[in-house]
Design a protein around this ligand. Structure first.
Ligand SMILES: Cc1ncc(COP(=O)(O)O)c(C=O)c1O
Length: 411
């Protein structure tokens, strides 16, 4: 197998030989982007994809042995970008190490952003993605925010679809299993100067994963965290930057040392509830005066990641729960409000929402020395809304319910 450096060099020289034939169409917003003035740069072109197949396909693991993010498929998708020519030809190659100079800007100034999405196999063996355009929009926004290039979202969906098709043997055909896809963008310029990266690489790797709760839901307990802040107004907590994640590990370890699985990230003196671990947070509360049932989540004010699952839960709730009398709110709410509702028996349930688990029911939240009960009975692991949301979303992801959110990848 050729070294990754040789592959990279070949990729660059073959790309140099290609003439620019058309102006790149403008797609995503390019506000912060390195590409903002470069209208003549080549955009991502899925038709230029080349595929070099692995000569030694990996053995498949038993589905029940899959551990999240530990085992990877045979191939990877990679596309180089540079500020003079734009996006080079996409390549699917055998999965391999990257070879980067120690001075590469990603290592020093965290020019890195990523996405998390999944490919599902339906009962007819078709490979499906779930709302991939939402991941592409978010990926472009993250990338633009750290001066990395943006790209044509449709072209990347087409490339990811081809990649997922090529790796489809890794997707177990049982419900709950999927192929986790990790699109990643890094600045690759060799420089210690702090500035706009003049070269970048977008790559996608894939890891087969099993159900988050193989033996059924297991409700988690949280530690409300006020001494460390995940995101703040004007910051980048609403972008999926790698730099947002490493600083959350120590608070998570501390919560774990006290017996809590996740942090509930609070913000400000008001102690607004923002997110739970790496999930968006939902609470179902009964109004103090009217008894009206409300499903509430924090608004997208720049301190919350714009979760694809969050948006799906909100849309389904507006469509299916409002007719049952529910009120659906994106509004600020505080830990005090949750604790008060809990004390008064008005906190119906609470759950996190994200691609990994779809929903993660919450049993209790530790706050100011008290344990705020989130409404589950001792023998219950999930509330009704979380359970219904999981069934609805999973049904769409696996093609059981025909829905525009499910994208069947072409064979
Ligand atoms: C901080 C954070 N919040 C929320 C989410 C949920 O987002 P999604 O539903 O798109 O997976 C994630 C996971 O990507 C996350 O990392």
């Amino acid at each position: 197998m050729r070294s990754s450096f040789a592959i990279r060099r070949a990729l660059l020289s073959s790309a140099r030989a290609t003439r620019i034939t058309a102006a790149a169409p403008s797609h995503a917003a390019r506000f912060y982007s390195a590409k903002s003035q470069a209208t003549k740069l080549k955009d991502l072109d899925a038709s230029k994809l080349s595929i070099t197949k692995a000569t030694k396909p990996k053995p498949l693991s038993k589905p029940e042995d899959l551990v999240f993010g530990k085992m990877f498929t045979d191939h990877m998708l990679a596309i180089e970008w540079d500020a003079t020519e734009g996006w080079r030809e996409p390549r699917i190659t055998p999965y391999q190490n990257l070879s980067l100079d120690p001075a590469t800007c990603v290592f020093h100034y965290a020019f890195e952003c990523f996405e998390g999405m999944k490919a599902y196999k339906d009962k007819d063996g078709k490979v499906r993605l779930f709302r991939p355009e939402k991941n592409m929009d978010r990926f472009n926004k993250s990338s633009a925010r750290i001066a990395l290039p943006t790209f044509n979202s449709e072209a990347l969906i087409e490339l990811i679809s081809k990649f997922a098709q090529l790796e489809s043997r890794f997707i177990p055909d049982q419900k709950g299993y999927s192929l986790y896809l990790r699109p990643t963008m890094i600045g690759t310029q060799k420089t210690l100067g702090v500035g706009t990266p003049q070269s970048a690489m977008l790559f996608v790797i894939a890891s087969p994963v099993g159900p988050y709760y193989p033996t059924g839901f297991k409700a988690v307990s949280l530690e409300a965290t006020d001494y460390a802040v995940r995101a703040w107004p004007g910051g980048v907590g609403d972008k999926k930057l790698g730099a947002n994640y490493a600083p959350c590990i120590v608070p998570q370890q501390q919560a774990a040392s006290r017996g809590f699985q996740q942090n509930l990230w609070l913000f400000g003196e008001e102690e607004y509830v923002t997110e739970v671990g790496t999930m968006n947070m939902f609470a179902a509360i009964k109004d103090k005066k009217t008894g009206q049932k409300e499903l509430v989540t924090a608004p997208l004010d720049g301190t919350i990641l714009e979760g694809v699952t969050r948006d799906s839960v909100l849309q389904l709730a507006r469509e299916r729960l409002v007719p049952e009398g529910w009120k659906i709110s994106e509004r600020k709410y505080t830990m005090f409000e949750l604790a008060e509702a809990s004390k008064e028996g008005r906190l119906i349930e609470a759950f996190g929402a994200g691609t990994a688990a779809i929903v993660s029911p919450i049993r209790a939240i530790s706050w100011k020395g008290d344990l705020v009960d989130c409404g589950l009975k001792a023998n219950e692991e999930s509330g009704e809304i979380a359970l219904r949301m999981k069934d609805w979303i999973e049904g769409i992801q696996y093609g059981e319910e025909p829905h525009k959110w499910s994208y069947v990848t072409p064979e």
